[in-house]
Design a protein around this ligand. Structure first.
Ligand code: HSE
Length: 299
């Protein structure tokens, strides 16, 4: 039996649509073992597919096929802390768990680069899968086959407060609302801010983050799909957030705050509750620099 720990991820980071993402200290756990049949269960009672449509199983099977092997079955025990369809990389966590687990079961035939490529091919974009695998903040370009990436470890004195609502927003719906074309001006608006975000985060110029998280490619459209989105942004900024953005495809909203901003999450929660927005819950995390970890358990 192997144990796999996969971090939640926050993609886009404002302007870096489909390109930037980071891993957080918030994890799913999967126990995996080869079997002659499919045996999938949930350790925490979360509702998960228990047949061959399970995304961890599908991804593991893909890896076996890439390696010229046949997967007969798999025993999986999942602990899913990362909520689904909230913009925190839950599907990427399943894909990465399947790939890393299967690669370990086969003795590690694929390299980290191969896994990053395969995960992006399954997901369609790399900005959740790459940081889930690698940890840190990842800048990635996916050319449809390969991912060209840089992982940077982050040791800033920042905390990331995920404001998670009790409703879901499916990524397909949140992508379907985006325009097919954007103007040259809007493209420049975004690329300059995406570059500013990484450079500012990594050099400690946090006062730039408020400008850097603005974008014109996805957030203005997705805000319309997320009830009270602007109010939640305003509350986080009122308590001194450096930057606030829609995490991935939403609906979670991420606030970046200085670690010296004491009780930030509690103060934001208090204001949300007072504004009648108790369906939003503030959870505080740091950046995970390790990515997915595997340990083999001796039976
Ligand atoms: N970059 C992706 C999006 C992340 O914004 O649609 C969600 O999977």
């Amino acid at each position: 039996m192997i144990n796999i720990r996969i971090p939640a991820t926050s993609a886009n980071l404002g302007a870096g649509f489909d390109a930037l993402g980071l891993a957080m200290t918030f994890y799913n756990y999967v126990q995996m073992e080869q079997s002659d049949r499919i045996e999938i269960s949930s350790a925490d009672g979360a509702e998960i597919p228990t047949d061959e449509t399970n995304l961890i199983y599908v991804s593991a099977k893909d890896l076996f096929e890439v390696c010229g092997k046949k997967l007969e079955g798999l025993k999986l025990i999942q602990t899913n802390s990362i909520p689904m369809a909230r913009g925190l990389g839950s599907s990427s966590a399943c894909i990465v768990a399947g790939l890393v687990g299967a690669n370990t079961l086969l003795g590690g035939p694929l390299t980290t680069d191969d896994l990053v490529d395969l995960a992006a091919q399954i997901e369609g974009h790399p900005d959740n899968t790459a940081p889930a695998l690698l940890g840190g903040i990842v800048t990635a370009v996916f050319d449809g086959r390969k991912v060209h990436w840089v992982k940077q470890e982050v040791f800033t004195k920042l905390k990331f407060i995920a404001l998670i609502p009790d409703f879901e927003l499916k990524t397909e719906k949140a992508r379907a609302c985006l325009p097919n074309e954007v103007s040259h001006k809007d493209a420049v608006y975004n690329l300059s801010r995406a570059a500013l975000f990484s450079a500012s985060l990594l050099t400690g110029k946090f006062e730039n983050l408020r400008t850097a998280v603005h974008d014109r490619l996805h957030q203005p459209y997705r805000m319309e799909l997320i009830p009270h989105c602007r109010e939640v942004f305003d509350i986080a900024y009122a308590h001194g957030a450096y930057g606030v953005y829609i995490s991935g495809a939403g609906p979670t909203i991420m606030a970046i705050a200085d670690e010296r901003n004491e009780y930030f999450a509690g103060k934001v929660q208090f204001s949300l509750d007072n504004a009648g927005l108790s369906c939003w819950k503030a959870h505080e995390f740091r950046i995970d620099n390790e990515g997915t970890k595997v340990e083999e358990q001796q039976n």
